[in-house]
Design a protein around this ligand. Structure first.
Ligand code: ZN
Length: 281
């Protein structure tokens, strides 16, 4: 029985055939080739043959450790975000090696046993700027980081919910406040730490609110009395500044911008970031 399988290794297409003159793939087991190709099943005959003549596997440039440059700001830099190092495979438990696969420009953790590539992607934080008349609702954190500082009700988006649903849920969890979403307000990217904030403007349904388990306190602050020197995160500082500006201008906009965190700065450091590429309508 003859067979033909198209395979892909590190972005390079392969053709595997059987039966055919046999050429052994150097330094590569077929199970690993199969895993790297992304195909679950490869049609491989006795002797693990391949034809046409041997294709040299593209090198996977091994890089065991990489330190980011002090002030890398280019959006394409592979050093821009170094996520938590993945040392073991989440599928089979095998050890990983850190390589830049051919055709890519980013460091990836690849399982030495099953070949799975462990992609690491940014997380989304969703939350609300909850307004009541000329006040906004803030929560005082009962957890680290930034214990004791004030923040907007916000948290990680969960699987299975929309950004707006997550923002409403986080507001309930942190401030036991029922709100109605009014409009999108700000998308703030923090590429250096792999976070994007999606914030909505929302209204309180009632004035009933109280601290959730992650909050020491909740309170409505007049827009002229926001405690900017006690804000938990630079993203929240930027969002509140934009909100106050819009409120005083009499028109709320939708904003997007990028926060570049300074290496080593704390989450709440008022001078630990720059805000760039701000656009709004
Ligand atoms: Zn594995």
């Amino acid at each position: 029985m003859a067979g033909l399988v198209l395979a892909r290794v590190c972005g390079v297409p392969f053709v595997l055939m059987h039966p055919a003159p046999c050429f052994r793939m150097p330094n590569m087991s077929m199970s690993r080739l199969s895993a790297l190709s992304g195909f679950q099943t490869l049609f491989i005959g006795p002797g693990q043959c391949m034809f046409p003549p041997p294709v040299v596997l593209p090198p996977c440039t091994s890089v065991q450790s990489v330190s980011p440059p002090a002030e890398s700001t280019t959006s394409t830099s592979i050093y821009r975000v170094i996520g938590p190092k993945v040392s073991f495979c989440s599928k089979c438990g095998g050890p990983t090696e850190h390589c830049i696969p051919d055709g890519e420009e980013r460091l990836r953790a690849i399982c030495k046993s099953c070949g799975i590539v462990h992609y690491q992607n940014p997380k989304m934080v969703v939350g609300c700027v909850v307004a009541h008349e000329d006040k906004v609702l803030l929560c005082r954190r009962s957890i680290e980081p930034s214990y004791g500082l004030w923040t907007l009700p916000a948290g990680y988006l969960e699987l299975g919910e929309s950004a707006a649903e997550g923002a409403v849920r986080e507001t309930w969890e942190e401030a036991i406040a029922a709100v109605d979403i009014e409009a999108p307000f700000a998308l703030l990217d923090i590429p250096r730490i792999g976070l994007s904030y999606i914030l909505f403007r929302a209204k309180l349904r009632t004035l009933d609110f109280s601290p959730g388990i992650e909050s020491l306190d909740c309170a409505l602050f007049h827009i002229d009395d926001i405690p900017f020197d006690q804000v938990a995160f630079s993203s929240v500082t930027v969002a509140l500044q934009l909100y106050v500006e819009d409120y005083k201008a009499g028109r709320f906009k939708v904003h997007h911008g990028v926060l570049d965190k300074r290496m080593g700065s704390s989450p709440s450091d008022p001078s630990g970031y720059t805000f760039r590429d701000h656009i709004s309508n």
